[in-house]
Write a protein that binds this ligand. Structure first.
Ligand SMILES: CC(C)(COP(=O)(O)OP(=O)(O)OC[C@H]1O[C@@H](n2cnc3c(N)ncnc32)[C@H](O)[C@@H]1OP(=O)(O)O)[C@@H](O)C(=O)NCCC(=O)NCCSC(=O)C[C@](C)(O)C(=O)O
Length: 280
């Protein structure tokens, strides 16, 4: 059945939302543990790029979760039937730095909602823009793209294998259910596609548990963090195709200009899963 989303979304105008949180040293410790490193920052230190995704966690009541484990309703969740959600990409700018231990104000609003036709059918791309301020100063501006489809059976086929270009820095990585569980716990992510294999395969039609998009993006950022201490100006990233438990990947990165690094997550057997451009 073909569903047309445009008419459903015509009158969808979610209100902007303001939230407050503190960049918690405990979250930094916990994500450092997932990365198998000693805590990379403590109170007063600069928070590594994108680690603010470990803050502003939402814990809706269990009764408020949909069958996919994700909140059934929320300010930026588009009202389409039998909604299936994925993280698709984003752009983050750093006019300043966030410090661990400090209070942060986040102002979020709907930037865009576009209906497109992809290889997997009709897709809705929702972009949420957020500004993060500490002590009244603008520190981070981000736009995150989420992609939604309706119902089962619309999963895009894996793109044909293509030899991935090599990187100056390479970090092999295998995803397993334990790591996905740790990351879901750290980000208060109750989305079943990351921990409930029966649901992920039988209901959403994936071959296995789906690796969280933010985790893949943070692994690219981690490779960059390990090779430069320069403050970032911007980070752009895109999730090209889903990665699943059991997939072995290589996280790659290299300078493509004096102030630019390109990074990627490539399946070891070939195929680009995610990519990132960092500028300084
Ligand atoms: C996004 C998918 C469905 C497109 O699927 P497709 O292959 O069918 O699309 P396409 O044919 O490649 O492109 C169609 C149109 O979409 C656009 N497009 C294509 N990709 C993007 C993108 N990233 N951002 C913005 N636009 C995009 C593309 O430019 C094109 O536009 P055009 O017609 O104007 O030329 C496909 O690429 C895909 O499956 N990517 C992987 C997604 C993924 O694995 N995400 C992580 C797991 S989900 C997750 O972590 C969730 C979490 C953490 O639990 C939680 O937030 O709830």
């Amino acid at each position: 059945m073909t569903v047309s989303f445009s008419s459903t979304l015509d009158n969808w105008r979610p209100q902007a939302q303001t939230d407050y949180d503190v960049v918690s040293p405990d979250a930094v410790k916990a994500f450092s543990a997932l990365l198998n490193v000693a805590p990379v920052a403590g109170p007063g230190d600069t928070l590594p790029p994108l680690w603010h995704w470990l803050s502003f966690l939402a814990w809706p009541c269990q009764d408020e979760l949909g069958t996919d484990g994700h909140p059934a309703a929320g300010p930026f969740l588009p009202p389409i039937p039998d909604r299936r959600r994925m993280f698709a990409g984003g752009r983050v700018q750093y006019p300043g730095i966030l410090r661990v231990g400090d209070k942060v104000r986040r102002l979020s609003s709907l930037k865009d909602c576009v209906v497109k036709r992809g290889r997997s059918g009709e897709l809705v791309f929702v972009t949420v823009r957020s500004e993060f301020r500490q002590g009244g100063e603008l520190r981070v501006v981000e736009e995150l793209d989420y992609v939604y489809r309706s119902g089962k059976g619309g999963v895009a086929r894996q793109r044909p294998e293509s030899p991935a270009s090599s990187g100056t820095w390479e970090m092999p990585h295998s995803f397993d259910a334990l790591e996905l569980f740790m990351f879901s716990a750290l980000t208060a992510n109750t989305h079943r596609i990351h921990y409930d294999a029966d649901y992920a395969t039988a209901i959403e039609g994936y071959p296995d548990l789906v690796v969280q998009g933010p985790l893949q993006v943070l692994l690219m950022a981690e490779l960059v963090r390990r090779h430069t201490t320069r403050p970032l100006a911007s980070v752009d990233f895109r999730l090209h195709q889903p990665t699943f438990t059991g997939d072995t990947v290589v996280v790659r990165g290299r300078h493509t200009g004096p102030d630019v690094i390109q990074a990627s997550v490539d399946r070891a057997s070939g195929g680009r899963q995610a990519s990132m451009k960092v500028t300084f």
